[in-house]
Design a protein around this ligand. Structure first.
Ligand code: HEM
Length: 474
């Protein structure tokens, strides 16, 4: 190697070394985050957490860090995770008013921000006004909208009885898709993937389950995702590999087009109906793309969360014959409707079923763990001062596994919800956040009959009665 080439290489090597050492010294000794507990590597680079994100192990890793470092953990430069009820209240509570982080840009559809992806507090309140009527129990539980869902329950039970354990997630996904399309578009435009084995939508749902596994890569490294998608499409003779999301967006837009061309046929109380009758702040009808974006977002919000929630409940119960027996006894004592299923209102008086679902959601919370908010000005949380623009979040998995609140936290113990009373129950409720907390609580939280409510679940408004970064956590 010539002398010139050697000195160029030496200069490059030394420059990189100086940059890396400089970064390490800054992160560990000078950064405004140096005092926050957490793994050293997370203080230096965000790529360690991103790596776990892509491997779909982020939530587990953060819980492990909370066990080791306590309730406040620096998970990346400028990103802090909490696992206690007090900080959760401050971060997500209505009074805190923290905006969502740029992570939610990943959920912008047709260039429009839905309720879920709106960042600022004021903007969110405006957007929410257009859709909130849909989430009222009095409208969702109207039988015209609910009957297809009830019919799906019976079809799904038949399918589950015939299939193997491995098909459980697939069947639950189809069930979830048919249900949400029924509530969003109404019975005439909903899908029937459970019964029609060869319909287009069924292939789309299957493709989408694969897309979700790759979404974390898409959100963190879009270019790499594009290259992998192109290469795998080419190699697998499957041009549509990882294209189910685009297919879903086209499919949704066609449905909205078809419905808006005959508005008189749109099912009353469906989300499509609520949106097609809503007005902008200037009193004009909502543009088609806004309507389509909100519908698409609700499919995303509902699809894998509900499918996984159901799969986990079935999984937990599969290992507990005694709880299965108790649920059967409880349900068989409820009066039945003509369709052979208990009325929704009667399910509110099924505490054993409720406790099993609640405990399953505690053990396997389904939100991505990236319910991120941004701190607008320097402020202390749990006694630790954070600079403005820090991204903060609560680790749902960590707070759900606090051993002093949920003794033997790894165990499926529905009885903890049945027996707890007074202050003990209150503390458990304040550490139970599978549907989020406070100002941006999941809009369907109020539809779940559970008696489990945290402090901000019942503030009088309907919304207080949430993939693979996607919306669920694996
Ligand atoms: C078991 C099922 C579900 C779980 C675990 C769940 C969980 C969550 C969580 C944790 C949030 C808050 C995200 C944040 O704070 O950043 C949320 C928000 C939301 N969820 Fe759900 N969700 C579920 C089902 C659904 C369904 C079925 C729908 C629609 C029909 C839905 C619609 C929404 C919407 C629109 C938001 C945004 C609320 C806002 O920002 O005001 N979710 N969900």
């Amino acid at each position: 190697m010539s002398l010139v080439a050697s000195s160029v290489w030496a200069t490059v090597f030394l420059s990189v070394l100086v940059l890396v050492l400089g970064r390490i010294v800054y992160a560990l000794h000078l950064s405004p985050y140096r005092h926050i507990p957490g793994p050293r590597v997370c203080k230096i680079t965000q790529y360690w957490t991103l790596w776990h994100d892509i491997r779909l192990r982020r939530v587990d890793k953060i819980r492990e860090w909370h066990r080791r470092y306590g309730d406040v953990v620096l998970i990346a430069p400028g990103e802090v995770s909490f696992s206690d009820a007090g900080s959760t209240r401050e971060i997500y509570g209505s009074s805190g008013g923290l905006p969502k982080s740029r992570y939610f840009d990943n959920f912008v559809a047709y260039c429009h921000r839905s309720v879920f992806s709106t960042l600022g507090v004021k903007e969110h309140q405006e957007v929410l006004k257009r859709t909130i009527a849909f989430y009222r129990p009095t409208s969702v539980f109207k039988s015209a909208l609910l009957q297809p869902v009830r019919d799906n329950v019976k079809k799904t039970l038949n399918q589950l009885a015939r299939r193997t354990e491995n098909d459980m997630l697939v069947v639950c996904n189809l069930f979830s898709f048919d249900n949400i399309t029924s509530l969003l578009y109404g019975p005439d435009l909903c899908t029937r993937t459970i019964e029609h084995e060869s319909c287009f939508e069924r292939t789309m749902v299957a493709g989408w389950m694969t897309v979700e596994l790759w979404n974390n890569l898409l959100y963190n490294f879009p270019l790499t995702h594009k290259v992998i998608k192109a290469v795998l499409s080419y190699c697998s003779d499957e041009p549509g590999f990882l294209a189910a999301d685009d297919k879903l967006a086209d499919w949704n837009m066609k449905r909205v087009d078809a419905a808006l061309s005959k508005p008189e046929n749109i099912a009353v109380n469906s989300l499509l109906y609520v949106l097609s009758t809503a007005k902008t702040s200037d009193g004009l009808p909502l543009p088609k793309s806004w309507i389509a974006a909100e519908l698409l977002d609700n499919i995303h919000a509902a699809q894998s969360t509900v499918a996984l929630a159901l799969t986990y409940v079935l999984w937990d119960l599969a290992n507990c014959p005694e709880w299965q027996r108790r649920i059967r006894v409880e349900l068989s004592s409820l009066p039945l409707n003509d369709d052979g299923l208990p009325a929704v209102s009667n399910l509110q008086s099924a505490p054993i079923l409720d406790a099993c679902i609640t405990e399953s959601s505690r053990l396997h919370p389904l939100s991505s763990g990236r319910a991120e908010r941004v701190v607008p000005a320097n402020r202390a949380y749990n006694g630790i001062v954070l600079p403005a623009n820090t991204v903060v979040s609560t680790s749902t998995l960590a707070i759900h596994h606090r051993p002093e609140v949920f003794p033997n936290p790894q165990a499926f113990k529905p009885e903890r919800w049945l027996h707890a009373k007074g202050e003990v129950l209150h503390v458990m409720q304040s550490c139970y956040i599978p549907f989020g907390y406070g100002a941006r609580l999941c809009l369907v939280r109020g539809l779940h009959g559970s008696s489990i409510r945290n402090d901000e679940s019942d503030n009088g408004s309907v919304r207080h009665p949430k993939r693979f970064a996607t919306r669920t956590a694996l």
